[in-house]
Ligand binder design. Structure first.
Ligand code: IDP
Ligand code: MG
Length: 157
């Protein structure tokens, strides 16, 4: 696997789906040059919600978070590209939309910490991207192909 194929897990949360932001969010990653390798429109059940947010189980907001993430459809995705995990996080913004710069997804579309539109794997948590991909996708749901513009996206292609 080349360094152009680092994979990261991204999910439009129920508020982003309800507010009609799926298309805009997908566009941003496409235009950046990242490659969509998996996508699933789904509703998260209680078990998956607990597994996905397990690292936060001791936090006071955990119950609300689990309830919210399973409260309506989400759009789960896997995006691939050079340095994908860190680049996606920079496009997402800070955890709190109120602290997120304009131009980031949370900075453009959100105001409230508990309604921050999107999830993305933490680039500071080694292996979080692959762990989260495994939680949401089977191997055969992740497609292996090249973007036709790859040679224009990477100098060393
Ligand atoms: P992240 O989504 O930017 O990685 P995390 O710290 O991993 O942020 O927290 C997971 C999610 O939990 C956040 O996206 C947000 O929805 C929620 N959250 C985090 N901190 C708080 C808080 O202090 N109050 C309420 N919800 C929070
Ligand atoms: Mg996180």
């Amino acid at each position: 696997m080349s360094h152009h194929d680092e994979r990261t897990f991204v999910m439009v949360k129920p508020d982003g789906v309800q507010r009609g932001l799926v298309g805009d969010i997908v566009s941003r990653f496409e235009e950046r040059g990242l490659k969509l390798v998996g996508g699933k429109f789904m509703q998260i059940d209680d078990n998956l919600a607990h597994d996905h947010y397990g690292e936060h189980e001791d936090k006071p907001f955990f119950d609300d978070l689990v309830e919210f993430i399973s409260s309506g459809p989400v759009f789960a995705m896997v995006w691939a590209g050079a340095d994908a995990t860190r680049q996606v996080r920079s496009m997402v913004g800070e955890t709190d939309p109120a602290e997120s710069a304009p131009g980031t997804i949370r900075g453009d579309f959100g105001l409230d910490l508990g309604r921050n539109v999107i999830h993305a794997s933490d680039h500071e948590d080694e292996g979080a991207n692959e762990r989260e991909i495994d939680l949401f996708f089977d191997d055969e749901e992740l497609l292996d192909y090249e973007r036709i513009d790859a040679a224009w996206l990477y100098e060393d292609h």
